[in-house]
Design a protein around this ligand. Structure first.
Ligand code: ATP
Length: 168
């Protein structure tokens, strides 16, 4: 892709993010597959994910009547256990990084109980398909910088973990 086309596609992505969603904070839910350990312990799936509606339905195991029906929660986006690292990146993070490259602030924050897939989503695995948000964001940022002339960029990196209310 030549530089002008690349620049206009970055600008388009940044505009898209602001046009499609005027909210400054988006909450996206990703449900991971049930693990072998959970299968061995006879655990079953208790969440249904409806990506098109942006809704998840959580079973109420103690439901006795209509008043205790399953709970429905709506988010800016929901991803089920078949979702790929690439679709999550392209649909939720790439536009944000494009905005950052246009001079806006952006933050991706993974939140969840232990073992829910934060590291998998953010770091991912070594193979190409399973690379997570962080290496994909680096790639997007560096490829933009490499293609841009006449602009000086300053990139700094810090890596923090909040664990038991302490920052490490
Ligand atoms: N979407 C997914 N597809 C396949 N496996 C996944 C997915 N999400 C998580 N896993 C697997 O589930 C396990 C737990 O995930 P992970 O280590 O990312 O959780 P975590 O939220 O970072 O946990 P902790 O808070 O304890 O560090 C890992 O073995 C990971 O590979």
């Amino acid at each position: 892709m030549d530089r002008d086309r690349e620049k206009s596609s970055v600008q388009q992505l940044a505009k898209m993010t602001r046009a499609v969603n005027n909210e400054s904070v988006q909450v996206i839910v990703r449900c991971r597959p049930i693990s072998e350990k959970e299968v061995d312990a006879d655990c079953t799936k208790v969440v249904s994910v409806y990506p098109k509606r942006g809704v998840i339905e959580v079973e109420n195991p103690r439901a006795k009547g209509d008043n205790e029906k399953n709970k429905i929660f709506t988010y800016d986006g929901v991803y089920d256990w078949n979702s790929t690292q690439q679709s999550i990146y392209d649909e939720t993070v790439r536009p944000l990084v494009a905005s950052v490259l246009e001079g806006y602030n952006g933050c991706v924050f993974a939140y969840g109980q232990t073992g829910t897939g934060k590291t998998f989503t953010m770091e991912g695995e070594d193979d190409d398909d399973n690379r997570g948000v962080i290496p994909r964001a680096f790639e997007q940022i560096w490829s933009h910088i490499n293609r841009t002339t006449g602009v000086e960029f300053l990139v700094s990196v810090r890596y923090l973990e909040i664990y038991m209310e302490e920052i490490r």
